[in-house]
Write a protein that binds this ligand. Structure first.
Ligand SMILES: C[S@@+](CC[C@H](N)C(=O)[O-])C[C@H]1O[C@@H](n2cnc3c(N)ncnc32)[C@H](O)[C@@H]1O
Length: 258
């Protein structure tokens, strides 16, 4: 299909993914910057600029995704803009993606909210989009056992001790005790891309994309599931962190695009 290594890390900008042929990606799992003034958010200064910036990347994702491909976007809100995740989702749909559904990710860990104005915020979204309506989800690949085993065999679909997990996913944050142990400001737990890949990729030959690679979590998950992968990270200072996380991943190549 392509001449890329099994796993490729591109230190460069995903607004132009020239390494990737159109239609060559089966699954894209990603978490964009959240417009929260993180130190890696240097490419825009206003909210409209932020949305336009992301749109540039969703356009490229649309180009490289196969017609049966799926896009998973993990994004959280902040109290100063509680529509943000939905506005970003709207932008993705306006580009022509089909909105499959939102998943609620219950994080199991949160920063406590002080004062008496808000409740602690325990979840983020994982929005699922498809390029066309010709996709399917491998629901039982992330299924959960029935509580009441008498369900097995009772329904036509209940052939084994697994039922659909539904759209609320409890995935604990991988917490660190000391700030010095924190590799990157906004890492998602490996189980998150793992679940998305299991749900959306049926073939070992599928390539998984993360256009906002950060510390490299999506590549790690894809490699453990025996899939091919590619990730883009614009900030060259994260290369060291990515190398550390992906130490041990075979057939991994780094490419620097300036
Ligand atoms: C929320 S973090 C992703 C964290 C990642 N999910 C992980 O587990 O480590 C977003 C990342 O996107 C990167 N980024 C922002 N714009 C980019 C672009 N145009 N191309 C590639 N990477 C970009 C940022 O530098 C940041 O590291």
């Amino acid at each position: 299909m392509d001449n890329l290594a099994k796993h490729a890390v591109i230190i460069g900008d995903s607004r132009k993914m020239s390494e990737l042929a159109s239609g060559s990606i089966q699954v894209c799992v990603t978490s964009p910057p959240y417009f929260r003034n993180k130190k890696y958010e240097t490419q825009y200064s206003t909210y409209p600029e932020y949305r336009r910036y992301l749109i540039g990347i969703w356009k490229e994702v649309n180009r490289v995704l196969a017609d049966s491909g799926l896009l998973f976007v993990n994004i959280g809100n902040s109290f100063d803009n509680q529509f943000k995740s939905h506005e970003v989702a709207r932008d993705v749909v306006d580009l022509g993606f089909h909105f499959v559904q939102p998943v609620i990710w219950v994080k199991g860990h949160h920063s406590p909210v002080q004062g008496e104005t808000h409740l602690n915020h325990l979840y983020e979204h994982i929005f699922i989009f498809s390029k066309t309506e010709g996709y399917s989800l491998n629901r039982l690949a992330i299924g959960v056992p029935y509580k009441d085993k008498s369900n097995i065999g009772r329904w036509k679909i209940a052939k084994q001790d697994l039922r659909c997990r539904g759209d609320v996913w409890h995935i604990n944050y991988e917490t660190v005790q000391k700030h010095s142990e924190k590799m990157h400001d906004a890492i998602f737990p490996k189980m998150l891309p793992e679940m998305c890949i299991k749900l959306a990729s049926k073939r070992k030959s599928d390539r998984i994309l993360d256009p906002f690679l950060g510390s490299g979590t999506t590549i790690l998950a894809a490699s453990e599931l025996g899939r091919k992968s590619i990730g883009y990270e614009i900030n060259p200072s994260y290369e060291k962190i990515i190398r550390k996380k992906l130490n041990g991943v075979e057939e991994l190549r780094f490419i620097r695009n300036s």
